[in-house]
Design a protein around this ligand. Sequence first.
Ligand SMILES: [Zn+2]
Length: 78
Amino acid sequence: MNSPNSTENLTICSAKGCRADAVWVLAWNNPKLHTPDRRKTWLACEEHREHLSQFLGVRGFLKDVVALEEWEASASGR
Ligand SMILES: [Zn+2]
């Protein structure tokens, strides 16, 4: 694997080196790069949810943490 942080269309944890199945979606936004309504997403396994949300949280980027099931349900539900 040579794209460790690619999260598109994968349900693997976004933490570096982690290959566990993701169970959480972290929705975030960097106001310097993104318009306010834009959401980037990282996926996290149970173990890395706190680590990744802290990483985003201290930068003020973290907007939402949603269970992957709920995220997919709301994304495909309309
Ligand atoms: Zn992980």
